[in-house]
Every structure is written in structure tokens, then in C-alpha cells.
Design a protein around this ligand. Structure first.
Ligand code: ADP
Length: 322
């Protein structure tokens, strides 16, 4: 522990403590140390076991000094790689928190000033000025939304989310997501139809993230819809999973664009023509959230007619609930 080596060469059979235990301890003390197992030909199975437990490689006995040098060299390269990866992760975290503070706060402040001016608290403004300030306010809201979406996206790390999973009632999540888009439905005069049986199995998941994902899907189903159109949400239970379909009667997506819509910052050609704003991050968030829940998402669409997004999420089998 005090030595903090780059590489540890570990014999499997040792008096007092065996190599597997040493391997576990090393992982605990510093996962950046590269462990290499030294083993007799007879115990190749244990070497494989050790690799499963996180050893980087193994060196069978007897070995020549050249073989030892080679494996050590490879181990050191691995060490450099691990360090570079950690550095990148650190930088990413720093960047994310920097963006959140350095960009979001001044933008929120500007937005507040605009409210004050528009509210008439800083003197009278002309109609022309009001119109321009209104537009500035809308643009700033878009930018704040973009930053929020981007922050959300950067924070969704599968390994971390899974540790927060609880038993989730999907219908409640959907209901909350629908409530959230209530005003938008009204504004665009979109008629929401719901088709779901109340007896749906529970799932393992993070209710907040799932809610956000469905909000994004619903928002798309509304904003890309036509005035007075329909959005149909249905929930079905299948053998191993729950299927949620969101069908709309909107502008649709052309076949050649479908492969790109889940990519970060991608916005469809048709969608940029219509007035609705967007960051192009909505579906990449949805995709990441669904993937972290070991689910899947697919889309079918007819340009000019509408689209159907289908989400599958693994259900908890009733037998699994005690
Ligand atoms: P945004 O909505 O901010 O543009 P998204 O990531 O949510 O970004 O969606 C990416 C693109 O996929 C959209 O710009 C649009 O072209 C297309 N799209 C997504 N949902 C729909 C939908 N329900 N109907 C038509 N096009 C859609």
C-alpha cells in the first residue's frame, strides 16, 4: 500500500495469503495498479479466473527474462492508458460543472433582467422594444434548456444509475410525464388518447430519469404534431417486458433520417423548418436512459402522416416479488 507500484506481479500460490486475495486487496487499495498473475502451467484455469477478477494478464512459469520484460512493458502501457482515461473522465466532470456554473448562472441572470424590463419595472418600453426583448427572452430560454439537456446527458452514466434503481410503477411515471406536458397539449390543441390496463408489472429503474425520457418523447409527439392532431399512448405487457408506444399524427421522419435522430445535437430537416425550438438532445437522452434500463427503443414513421416510438422495458416477473 505504501509502495503504490505501477504493476504488481502476483504469484498465485504463496504462504499466508493466496494470489486471488492479493488481487482483491489491490483492487480495493488502488484500482490503477496493473496486476499480472504468475502461474504454473498446471493452474491456467486459476489464471483465467484471476483475469475475470480484474488481473490484466498472466505469465506462465517458467518464464525467461525477456518474457518478463515484455509483459511488464505491456502492463506499463496499460497503466498509462488507465491514467489517461481517468484524466479524461476528470476533465469531463470539471467541464460539466464549469458549464453548469459559468454558463447557466449568467444566462439566468440575463433572463431575470429581461423579465424586469418587460414587466415595465425599469421604465416604459416601446412596442418594438418589447417585441425584441420577448424574442431575446425566448432565445435565452432555449439556450438554458440546451445546457440543462446537455448536463442531464453528461450525468447519465449507466453504472451510477443502476445503483439507484428501485421498484418503479411505470404507469405512475407515465401519468406524471403526461401531467408535465398538459399545457403544451392545450397550446397546440393536440388530443391525447391513452390506452393502458391498470395491471402492469413493476420494473426496476430510476423513476425520475424515466419520467424525463417519456417527457421528451411526449414533447416531440406534440411539437412535431399538426395543430389539432392526435397523440396516442398505449402500454402493453408482454412475456418479459412492458411495451410503451407513443404514436403521433405529426410531420413524420424520412427514412434516411431515422438512423441519425438518436444522435446528439441532430435535428431533422423538416423539424428545423417549423417554429418549435429544440436542442437535438432530447432523443439521445431518451436513448441513454432506456439503454441504462436494459431496454430498447425503435421508431416507425411515415413522412407527412406521423411517427410511432416504441419503448421496451424489462418487467419484474411476479414470481420475483416476494
Ligand atoms: P429536438 O426535438 O430538440 O429537435 P430530439 O433529439 O428530440 O431533438 O429529436 C431529434 C430529431 O428527430 C428532431 O429534430 C426531429 O427531426 C426528429 N423527431 C423526433 N421525434 C419526432 C416526432 N415525434 N415526429 C417527427 N420527428 C421527430
Amino acid at each position: 500500500k505504501e509502495l503504490n507500484p505501477d504493476i504488481a506481479l502476483i504469484d498465485l500460490k504463496m504462504p499466508g495469503i493466496n494470489g486471488m486475495k492479493v488481487l482483491e486487496k489491490i483492487k480495493e487499495i488502488n484500482p490503477g495498479i496493473v496486476p499480472i498473475i504468475i502461474t504454473g502451467y498446471a493452474s491456467v484455469d486459476s489464471a483465467v479466473e484471476a483475469i475475470k477478477k480484474g488481473a490484466y494478464d498472466y505469465l506462465p512459469k517458467p518464464f525467461t527474462p525477456r518474457e518478463l520484460r515484455q509483459i511488464t512493458k505491456r502492463g506499463l502501457e496499460k497503466k498509462k492508458y488507465i491514467e489517461a482515461e481517468n484524466k479524461l473522465k476528470e476533465m469531463k466532470e470539471l467541464f460539466v460543472s464549469m458549464v453548469s456554473h459559468q454558463l447557466k448562472s449568467p444566462l439566468s441572470a440575463v433572463q431575470e433582467y429581461l423579465e424586469v424590463i418587460l414587466g415595465g419595472y425599469a421604465g416604459e418600453i416601446t412596442d418594438k422594444q418589447r417585441e425584441m426583448l420577448d424574442r431575446s427572452k425566448a432565445r435565452i430560454s432555449e439556450l438554458i434548456r440546451l445546457i440543462k439537456d446537455w448536463l442531464n446527458l453528461s450525468r447519465i452514466e449507466k453504472d451510477e444509475i443502476v445503483t439507484r434503481f428501485t421498484t418503479v410503477h411505470l404507469l405512475q411515471v407515465l401519468k406524471r410525464a403526461m401531467d408535465f406536458v398538459g399545457d403544451m397539449l392545450e397550446e397546440k390543441n393536440v388530443n391525447l388518447q391513452i390506452d393502458m390496463s391498470p395491471n402492469i408489472s413493476m420494473i426496476h429503474g430510476d423513476a425520475e430519469l424515466l419520467k424525463q425520457a417519456f417527457i421528451n418523447l411526449f414533447e416531440n409527439g406534440i411539437k412535431f404534431n399538426k395543430e389539432g392532431g392526435e397523440m396516442h399512448v398505449s402500454v402493453d405487457e408482454k412475456r418479459d417486458y412492458i411495451k410503451v408506444s407513443i404514436r403521433d399524427t405529426g410531420i413524420g421522419i424520412s427514412e434516411d433520417e431515422i438512423p441519425f435522430i438518436f444522435e446528439q445535437f441532430y435535428r431533422g430537416k423538416e423539424s428545423t423548418k417549423i417554429k418549435e425550438s429544440g436542442s437535438g438532445l432530447g432523443l439521445s437522452i431518451v436513448n441513454k436512459v432506456i439503454e441504462a434500463h436494459s431496454g430498447s427503443i425503435s421508431v416507425k414513421s411515415k413522412p407527412g402522416k406521423g411517427s410511432t416510438f416504441t419503448v421496451l422495458l424489462p418487467r419484474i416477473k411476479r414470481e420475483e416479488i416476494k
